[in-house]
Ligand binder design. Structure first.
Ligand SMILES: [Mg+2]
Length: 209
């Protein structure tokens, strides 16, 4: 197994999720069902917290936007088991989120809440969504570096998508491409240009990260 030595100055590993930390199917088979199963419980537990309030606010704005543009919207069923205003509000958010997921929407509102739920469940330290910018734009990586307080050259970005690797590389980050089942096949040129790995075990750390 070939190894990739992470340069000694690198103190931050920045990871894409889909196709990088796991095969793309993991998101569909594990992460999305997790959201569906734990959404109501998560909202109840975090309802009064600022982050959760902001997530809910963004989801409401998204629904208003959808209504304005005459997009289909979730229908709230009357539920006799719901009593308090909070329970009713939570149930409406749940309906909206499940509806967006079923429609395979990629809205920032949806991704932000999902990111927060996965962070709580899977212990990621920090999470960046499309609020920071698109993954194929260099600026996004500059902003992430600034937010973390780390020089771009002291970071290493792992992703399955060449355009994302190129953007991070342009921003000055170290990059490597992750090859997992179901990912888009790399061209020979891409293979020659980028270091590739099929498992994180191939990363050789020279310091603790
Ligand atoms: Mg990906």
């Amino acid at each position: 197994m070939t190894t990739i030595t992470v340069p000694e100055n690198v103190s931050v590993l920045l990871l894409d999720i889909e196709g990088t930390t796991t095969p793309i199917t993991f998101v569909k088979d594990v992460l999305f069902p997790y959201i569906r199963e734990h959404l109501e419980e998560y909202l109840s537990a975090h309802w009064e917290e600022d982050e959760c309030k902001q997530d809910v606010q963004l989801l409401k704005k998204q629904t208003e936007e959808d209504l304005k543009q005459n997009r289909a919207c979730p229908v709230h069923a009357v539920d006799q088991t719901v009593h308090t205003d909070e329970e009713k509000a939570i149930r409406e958010v749940v309906d909206g989120v499940l509806w967006q997921m079923a429609a395979d929407r990629k809205t920032t509102a949806l991704k932000q809440l999902q990111g927060h739920m996965w962070r709580a469940a899977y212990l990621f330290d920090g999470h960046f969504d499309t609020n920071i910018g698109a993954k194929v734009e260099s600026k996004s990586y500059e902003k992430i570096a600034e937010r973390i307080g780390c020089a771009p050259e002291d970071m290493m970005f792992l992703t399955d998508v060449t355009r994302e690797a190129k953007a991070a590389e342009d921003a000055g980050l170290n990059v490597a491409l992750v090859v997992r089942p179901g990912n888009i096949e790399l061209t020979e040129e891409e293979r020659n240009h980028y270091r590739t790995l099929t498992t994180f075990n191939q990363l050789e750390l020279t310091r603790s990260i």
